[in-house]
Every structure is written in C-alpha cells, then in structure tokens.
Design a protein around this ligand. Sequence first.
Ligand code: DGY
Length: 415
Amino acid sequence: MTDLLQSAAIEILKINDRGSYTVPTKGLYPFQWNWDSCLTALGQRHFDSARALTEIETLFAHQWPCGMVPHIIFHAQDDGYFPGPDVWGCKRPVPTSGITQPPVAGFALRRLLDKAPELRDRAQPLLGKVTTWHRWFHATRDPQGSGLAAIIHPWESGRDNSVDWDIPFERVPTTGIAPYTRRDTQHADPAHRPTKEQYDRYIWLVECFRGLEWQTDKLHDASPFQVVDPGFNAILIRSCLDLADLADEMGETALAQENRALAHKGLAALSALWSERHGQYLCLDRITGQLIDSPSSGGLLTVFAPIPPDRAARVAATIDGHGTRFHVASHAPGTKGFDAKRYWRGPVWLVVNYMIADGLRNAGQTDAAARITGSSLDLIRGSGFAEYYDPLTGEALGGGQFTWTAAMVLEFLSA
Ligand code: DGY
C-alpha cells in the first residue's frame, strides 16, 4: 500500500510539472503559486532533488527588486483563472501578482539541502534572496517594528476565506470595483469556495493596491485590512531560523545573524497572541489593536515555530478537543462560522497538517504528531489526493490530483 501511495503521489507531481515550475492543479490553478511551489519541492526531493531546487529557483527568479516574492507567477497565458495579469497590472517582465504568501522557502530550502548537500553550491545565491524577502517583511509589513508582519490581503495568508478575516474584512468595501467573472466556480463546487461578497472584497483590495502602482512600502498603511496572523508569522520565524542554520553551515555568518535576530524578535512578540481560553494563538487586527476571537488552524500552526513547550502541549490538546474524525479542521468545529466543506472555514488541508505535525514533533509531542500524520494518510487512502477534505466525513473537496497534497504524502511516508 505504501508503495502504491508513493507512486501515485509521484505520478501527480509529474503530471503537474511544467518543466521549471509545477502548477497546483490543472484548470483551477494553472500557474506557479509561491508556497505551493516551496512545499512541492519537498515532495520532489524524494525522487529528484535537482528538480526540487529548480522549483524554488524559478520562484525566486521573479522576486521583485524590493525583495517581495509574489504569490503567483503567470508563466503562461490561461483565461481559465481570475484574476489574471491584467487585473493585477504589476508591469513585471513576466507578469506576477502584487501580494505575497507564507514564506516557507527558508524552511523548504534547509530541508531540501539537508537531504541533498551536493546542491549547496548551486543553492548559495538563494540564501541572500530569501534573506532579502525576510527583511522586506519586517521593513514593509511591520512599519512600527513590533516584531510581527501583517498581511494586507487574505490571499497572502493562503487561508483565503478563514473565519479569522470576517470582522476585519467588513472594513473593505464591496462597491466601486470593475465588473468581473469568477473562474474558480467553473472548476470547483461554489458551495466549497469563497462567497461572492468575499471575492468583491478581494478584488477591491487588488484595485486599491494597483492604484498605488504596487509600491510595496506604501501598501500596508493604505490597506483597510492589516492582520497579524500567528501561523503566517510562525512560518516566517521558522524560515528565518532554518535559513540561519543553513547560512552558518555554508559560511554566511552575517546572513545567519540577521535571520536569527529577526526570528527572535518575532518569537518574543508572538507571545501576546496567545489565548488561554482557546488554548491556541489568535490573529490580531492591527487597525483596532484587538485579538480576533476566531479559533482557526492559523493559531494552531503557530507550533511550527519553537513556542514554549507548555503551549505546544496545549495546542496538541486543543486539536484533540476538536473531536473530528479527521485532523486538523481549519476552524474549530461547533464554533461560529465553522463550515465543514467551505475551503478554509472547516476543511482539513494536508500542508497545514504537515507543518503542525512537524512543530509538535519538535516540541516533543510525538503521539499528537503521529495522530495527525496517521489521519492525513487515512484521508488519502479513503478519498485520494484532493485539495482539501471534510474533517467530519473525509469527503474529497475542491480540486483533484492536487500537487502539494501529493508532496505532503511523500513527506508523511518518510517521517
Ligand atoms: C485563489 O485564486 O483561490 C487563490 O487562493 C488566490 O491565490
């Protein structure tokens, strides 16, 4: 069975391979997505490490001069996706979007090079590029120097329609945007995707930033949506730490020190997002200064950074307390806004499972980590390589033959 799963996962990674980058899935997502690609490289490393490094190199070839790494690279023309390059209007040599995504690259690079040290020389230029991106987060997304970066669009979190954004999103207008036609609902069940009102707000923000000509140092203060997502920041912290270790091993001491300093600043600030009542971290609405009372997987994902061990134990207990047949629900079942089938409002995502399990294992919560890994593989055996899954029934949802799901399976099988 393990061999069958492994070969099925490799087959999906190959089907979605476009040579120097991999699409998340045919139809629904026909370009290169930022964190999808870095996590995909972790799957590719199991059968072709050099190809895995290419995935990350391709992404960073489209890094902006300011340091931002965009969330989508539109390598090829495809009308099946909205919003396309014309809506973004970013004026890059190869079109890209103008916002970013969770910075998993530092983590992925270290993991890849641990297994393939022969690629270190080739990967050397990436150390500086990833550091520039980390520096950019602190400079442009944390103008007051709090230690934590804000996202300015829900798509940046990767958890597009999480309940976390409902309240801060109310400040984003739904009027005055150009007429548009969604494409996602032609590929996936509309009941499992974000609502029209959410799409109007996504597009309002894109048009607002486009109006500022994508000057990334101006967008944070201009955005009516500024949220500090603990999961996103945990990824940034973990990537800074992993890149620092790698840089030390590769003789880049200054880069190592810079990344470690950013990570420690972030870790110290993260503590203020802990909720004793929920037994997990919560998002902070930077505009109101209030924690957002929404127990999502973003607050559980925080365990991906080296948080205090007693808090990691609480996170493990909170996940168990969900009481779902499959772990980890993207929103706490039974709480306001939970929807077992709608994208990031309840369904299980294997990439999040993977990072939570990794963090729990590092924190000594090995049984909890093993339960999440087991649950993830049960979903694959029962429902195939879907984009996401109903945590109550295990039903496959969203796109099929999904790249990062397959990549995570290869990681889980080797854990
Ligand atoms: C989408 O189009 O659904 C993406 O998540 C945005 O990146």
